[in-house]
Design a protein around this ligand. Sequence first.
Ligand code: SAH
Length: 388
Amino acid sequence: MSSTDPSSVNLLGLTRPALEAYVSELGSKPFRARQLMHWIYKRGEGRIAEMTDLAKQFRARLAENATVLTPQIVTVQHSSDGTRKWKLRADADQAFEMVFIPEEDRGTLCISSQVGCALDCSFCSTAQQGFNRNLTTAEIVGQVWLANRELASDSAGARLASQPQAPGRAEPSAPPRAVTNVVLMGMGEPLANLRQVVPALKILLDDFGFDLSRRRVTLSTSGLVPQIYRLAEEVNVALAVSLHAPDDALRDELVPINRKHPIDELLSACWHYLDEQNGRSVTFEYVMLEGVNDSLEHARRLARRLAGHPAKVNLIPFNPFAGTRYRRSPMPTILRFRDELIARGLIATVRRTRGEDIDAACGQLAGRVIDRTTVRLGSRTFGLAVQP
Ligand code: SAH
């Protein structure tokens, strides 16, 4: 499962049509692809030798040429609130992170799409490390696969996994999965890595893949307008947009991509996205920075821009990190801001901060492999849980 042979194909990176083509190349019938996906995604099996109902010869050929290879775990941290953060290896000294957030009725996995980020939002700690590289489709899909496997083996995951799955969907032989929702809100700008992200989303949605409904997969973007139009043509998932300011002058400062794609253009792209996808609403994320964007006047201006549109606003209390010049707005300010939006006809909520004690909250993900002494690298660390 953790072969490092570079010539072998990683099955986690292949959409169903690509897997069908690959299986044909190996001289087998395309329906084998669905059988394979059943093993990989429904049963969480990564060892080809264990896929016992595949014809022996096919299994042998497959085992010679392919693997199910997930990113390696460097560390795992447990928050007192049940949130869990894994640091995953990207390269020798670079890592990326994923965060699992358990709730009563769901288990949300927040995944990364890039190592680092090039967008330089002034309040985000990922921006500080700069951009390292895009994650591959297999690394993106691999996060969800790996989290399900890790969580299945412990009680927090097992408790969630015992919740009923989508009716009529779960195969009797398939163990339930702890990850019910996926948000692309980890490190990176997913729309700057569309080439790898789109196939990953397709695998998340595919009935033979993770089989998640489109409302349970959310892509968050800082506002890459042309790519929102492209996404609308390619795949159907929920859209969240990091707005953070009601006007261009302030947004230029907080989210510099705004200088290229100002708010009006961004909002037009959002409404287009909903039309194309028959979607219900776009979620606008708004980080609450004390004295910067959190006055009632800001709330009124925001409401003027969004009222009458299918928009929801999600207020995110700022999560501080070393070296930042910003402070979190006090909770009464955040609640007043929320109430002002509601009074003006918007749906507005405050995001509950989770995993703060392990730096797993929004904007706190970073990608250095810090503690190399306690963690042995290589395939033997696969699945190793290292307590902080
Ligand atoms: N690049 C994408 C995906 C990141 S999602 C995007 O910008 O949407 C993470 C969310 O957390 C975004 O809304 C981001 O703006 C927000 N965020 C970043 N840094 C934060 C911080 N320090 N505190 C709270 N939210 C933050």
